[in-house]
Each structure stands twice: as C-alpha cells, then as structure tokens.
Ligand binder design. Structure first.
Ligand SMILES: [Zn+2]
Length: 258
C-alpha cells in the first residue's frame, strides 16, 4: 500500500481531481489536510531552485524563508469540514487530519473535539503560517498524545531546540515534522523521536531526501507530496514520487497511525 502522508484539499485541485491523480500515480491512500492558504499562483521554475539553494546555506535559511512567506496568504482557520466530508465520500482513500491553529485558544480545542467526533486520524499544525512556537501548542499536543493522534507540524517560528523541548514535555507524542524539517533540516535529524515527511519538491531537493535517509534511516521517513502544489507539472497535476525505500512509501505511516 502506497500512502501519501501529506496532501491538501485545495480549490486548485478539487476532490475528484485529487482522486484521479492518486489513481494515475498508484497512490492508494492519502493523509488529507485542509488548504493552509489562499490559492497560490504560478511558481516560475527558477524560484524553487533558488529557494532550495538558499536552504542549503544555514545563515540564509531564515531570511529566505521569511521572504517566501510574504508571497503567501495563510488562512487563520482552515476548512476542516470539507476534509471530513471528503473522507466520508472516499473512506478507503483518505485519512482525515484536523488542522488546528493554537492561536485561536478555546476555538482550537473545539475544532479538536469536532475532529475526534469526525474520525480524524491526526492533527496538522502550521507554526510558520500561524506564527507560534511549537511549545506554545502544548495543551493541544497533550490532548493529541492522550488520544494517540499523530501530529504533523510545519515548523518555522522558534529554534530547532523547540522540538526536543516539546517531546521532553509530551513523551507520548507521535510527532512528524513536515518537509524534511524545514527550515532546520539536519539540526533535527539526530532527534530519534521524530518522523520526517519529504513533501514538496519545491521545498525539499532530491539531495536533501538522500541525506535525510542516510542520517535517519528508512524507519522514520514518510513519503508525502504536499498535493496539489507539490504535484504540479507543466501537464497538470501528476504524482512523481522521489525514489524512497518501501517502508517510507507506506509502512511507516501505517505504523504511526495504528
Ligand atoms: Zn502541509
């Protein structure tokens, strides 16, 4: 079973289109997450190459990351209901995750309640778009650990050390860090309690995926696409997964969700 551990339900590629792309690409199931931002326009070929080049140079990472964010319009409250109904329509294809924004306080806890009632299989956090440090989400993370829900976190605010501090305080937390640990990358790869997805060729180069596998091994690396943006091609949306060990293509995320 091939499972995409990071896909978004985004107006750019409505549900039927996503299912078709999965069928064509041999993707059995996908973790489904609400869109994190307003639709993103065309990305020129040079942009991602320049971005990845800057990410290879540690002092350039945060400045470049900040510049890239200015082009995006995050949604304060992503539309989880659309994800739950998509998963109900295709229960064998989608694993719904609940997108939470801890900055919303009680509302975030209510969203988590709603997610649990709707069969959510995990939680997505976007610390970068929603501007908080991972330990700031502590009460939500504790609840996720209690319910055995994996948390997929896109980092950005706060140093790499926040990840270790969080896991020290919530030892039972199943934490996946998106995009190979962007923007900290190898500074997180030594943390043996964390899983990593390799989502989005625009953000994670093939070289980074190779180095990640070389350091972490094949047991905690997850194939993820960041569809629809991550599967954009000049000929429409199409999966072209990086070359990964079998475990990373599905078994690891299945173990995480079990
Ligand atoms: Zn995402």
């Amino acid at each position: 079973m091939v499972t995409d551990a990071h896909a978004h339900l985004d107006p750019e590629l409505p549900l039927d289109g996503l299912v078709k792309a999965m069928d064509a690409g041999g993707i059995d199931r996908a973790v489904l997450i609400a869109a994190a931002q307003r639709p993103v326009g065309a990305i020129g070929a040079a942009g991602p190459a320049f971005f990845r080049g800057c990410m290879a140079v540690p002092p350039l990472r945060m400045p470049m990351y900040r510049i890239a964010r200015r082009r995006l319009q995050p949604l304060a409250m992503p539309d989880n209901d659309a994800v739950y109904s998509a998963a109900r329509a295709h229960p064998d294809r989608f694993l719904p995750f609940t997108f939470l924004n801890p900055a919303l306080g009680d509302r975030a806890h209510e969203e988590l309640d709603k997610g649990l009632a709707n069969g959510a299989r995990g939680v997505k956090l976007h610390a970068w778009f929603h501007e908080y440090r991972l330990p700031d989400a502590m009460p939500l993370l504790q609840r996720c650990a209690q319910h055995g829900l994996p948390v997929l976190a896109h980092l950005g605010f706060g140093p790499a050390e926040d990840v270790t501090a969080t896991l020290d305080r919530v030892p039972g937390l199943k934490l996946v860090v998106a995009h190979a640990g962007l923007p900290h990358f190898e500074r997180l790869w030594h943390e043996t309690r964390v899983w990593f997805d390799v989502a989005a060729p625009q953000l994670v180069s093939g070289r980074v995926v190779e180095r990640l596998l070389g350091t972490v091994g094949d047991g905690r690396v997850l194939f993820g696409s960041d569809a629809p943006i991550g599967i954009r091609t000049s000929g429409g949306h199409r999966y072209t997964p990086p070359h990964l060990p079998d475990r990373a293509m599905g078994q690891n995320v299945e173990a995480l969700l079990a």
